[in-house]
Write a protein that binds this ligand. Sequence first.
Ligand code: GLV
Ligand code: MN
Ligand code: MN
Length: 421
Amino acid sequence: MIRIDRDRLWRTLMELKQIGAYSDEATGLQGVRRLALTDADAEARRRCVEWMVEADLEVRVDRIGNVYATRPGRDRTLSCVLMGSHIDTVATGGAFDGTLGVLGGIEVMRTLNDAGIQTLRDIEVGFFTEEEGVRFGTDMLGSAVTAGRIPLDHAHKLTDADGKSVKEELVRIGFDGPAPERRPVPHAYLECHIEQGPLLAEAGVDIGIVQGVQSISWQRLTVRGEAAHAGTTPIGSRHDAGLVAASVVVEARRMCDSGEFGQLRATVGNFDIGEGQTNVIPHRAVITVDLRNPDDALMTAAEQHLAGYVDRLAGQHGVRIAWERMAKTVMVPFDARIQDLLAATADDLGLPYVRAMSGAGHDAQEIAAICPTAMVFVAGENAGISHTPREYSNPDACGNGTDVLANAVLRLANEADEPVS
Ligand code: GLV
Ligand code: MN
Ligand code: MN
């Protein structure tokens, strides 16, 4: 078994955390704000590329800005083993979400170099563009383009809140690469990621073997009512877009509490009522609805229920409501053989683990469409809280997860056959 250099991994994580650092008022902590294709993301990308080059890897950038770095194997005609994740963050991000899988992957390469290990297959480490989806509105964008779910042209045309397109921003930051976005199919894909939830901490283990990712639905609702005077307009004559939007927020929570839709989770993370004037009834409201469900049928039922509720509300309040689909993925189970290989690797390292479903979305759920894929989870402190600067996985947990990644990658990279999974 090989062991990665934990101190080196930690130093690398702490260095990348400085790029896009901001002072978070709510927590008093230093957070990371590195939205996709911003200057901060560009700087972090360049730093990662430097680390890749220092590890003697061959770097390439594809047409959606995904970056891959290859460590050649003995037989270059065989498909590679790919590791990866993302380095973009949400606006209130921490130092581990995504970056652990990327910097952990680079650390695996350094460890193999130090040990002078040659593998049969190429090994690659990569990072995918706009995993978070907070800037251009669609999550797992780079990996979804690579896997063929989202056409390149559609992805290029997506715009941020200021109207800047993905393509424009890729060109501006120098990551509009020449490599084809539909990359050669890997032998296997492995992603090490923080859990971002409480299950591993509750079980008292550092490691999770991920069974799959639940369904994700993102929609934007625009409510159009009528502006009118707050003091004079009778309650029964209002077309209050703000009230309608707020009712959707409350209904979404009620749906979760009702148990009617299984383990549904619903979040309204954007709530915009435009000018925001104390004495004017809001004429327009824009909200986003994020639904998650491990059961596809219950997800469909939840979406249908919400659509019916919104129709009724529109009638009652005399407002117009437009829906826009931002993202939708179904439940993705991970490859059983690769899960078992990860479990055997954890056993051989003497690391206890649990098997768990992922609550968060990941690039792995996209890459699973093109090759056998699985994920290693690493426990986080504070019940695994994430998408906040409070996100924290300690050096041992990060080291343990990356050791599992390293040894599993090594096994896969020495497999001669293309196994049927
Ligand atoms: C990715 O972070 C997600 O929204 O699950
Ligand atoms: Mn992530
Ligand atoms: Mn995230």
